[in-house]
Design a protein around this ligand. Structure first.
Ligand SMILES: [Ca+2]
Ligand SMILES: [Ca+2]
Ligand SMILES: [Ca+2]
Ligand SMILES: [Ca+2]
Length: 278
């Protein structure tokens, strides 16, 4: 009896191993961040040398606050970012020199929630959109949390000023974290302190995730600061293996423990049966 059991247990353990290892859908197990600490913050203003009547990517200018950075995410550092100007007002845009880009200025914010630098958008005379480096989430399941801290300077805003922070999935689906379009920022009670905006994103069938933020405004007293961007995995909520869907709160370790426990029970059961029949 005992000898007959060994091949059965061996086959069971092989089956379990083959079921788990190769076909687990991989949860997003890496956290990403952007705190604007890696790029330089030389101070002063950024001046766009492009044509403010047309939409265009903004270029970094030597000695001015950077508006783009390649980042070092591939070696475990910060995500990169890039900025573009959108002509929404037929105005001068950033050609008149504006406090835009990476900054260590604390006159408005007091301090930064993470490190000593952040990113400022101000007096865009049109819209500036900053796009954080996209993350490849193909094959990832579970829920990612995207969060960002923002500080809206306390001043007199108008209805045509617009702050937006949003996540773009697969270059198509847009999920807002904050969008003041249609409201007057003055009425939202968000001025003069740091706020954390965040959204949970179900990564099932999402191959690309990208955070963007923008400001459309037209006054030097209107400024928004950004910092402490984090994209983290909360809990895998769907584990797929061997054509079986195990959802809800089970994680990989729990399932492995259950399978091992089941094997042990089987073994003990067969062993006891062998003892009682002899
Ligand atoms: Ca920072
Ligand atoms: Ca301007
Ligand atoms: Ca106000
Ligand atoms: Ca305004």
């Amino acid at each position: 009896m005992w000898k007959k059991l060994i091949p059965f247990l061996l086959a069971l353990s092989l089956l379990i191993n083959f079921s788990i290892s190769p076909s687990f859908a991989k949860p997003l197990d890496t956290d990403f961040s952007l705190s604007f600490e890696e790029a330089s913050a030389p101070g002063g203003q950024y001046t766009d040398t492009g044509d403010p009547s047309t939409d265009h990517p903004l270029k970094n200018n030597p000695g001015e606050p950077p508006v783009n950075d390649p980042g070092t995410a591939s070696s475990g550092g910060e995500l990169g970012f890039s900025s573009e100007y959108i002509n929404t007002r037929n105005d001068v845009g950033l050609t008149d020199g504006d406090y835009v880009g990476v900054t260590s200025y604390t006159g408005d914010v007091g301090s930064y929630p993470d490190g000593s630098q952040g990113f400022e958008l101000s007096d865009c005379d049109g819209k500036v959109v900053t796009s954080v480096q996209a993350i490849d989430t193909s094959g990832a399941t579970g829920t990612a949390t995207v969060s960002i801290d923002y500080f809206v300077k306390s001043t007199g805003w108008e209805t045509d000023d617009e702050l937006r922070i949003w996540v773009v999935l697969d270059d198509t689906t847009e999920v807002d974290i904050i969008n003041t379009a249609g409201s007057d920022i003055d009425d939202l009670g968000i001025e003069g302190s740091w706020h954390t905006g965040s959204v949970d994103i179900d990564l099932t069938n999402v191959n690309k995730l990208q955070l963007k933020f923008s400001l459309d405004s037209n006054s030097g007293s209107e400024a928004v600061y950004f910092d402490n961007i984090q994209i983290t995995n909360v809990t895998p909520n769907a584990i797929t293996f061997a054509g079986m869907n195990a959802s809800h709160d089970l994680n990989n370790n729990v399932i492995i423990a259950l399978l091992v426990g089941f094997s042990v029970l089987l073994f003990v059961g067969f062993w006891l049966r062998r003892r009682t029949t002899h």
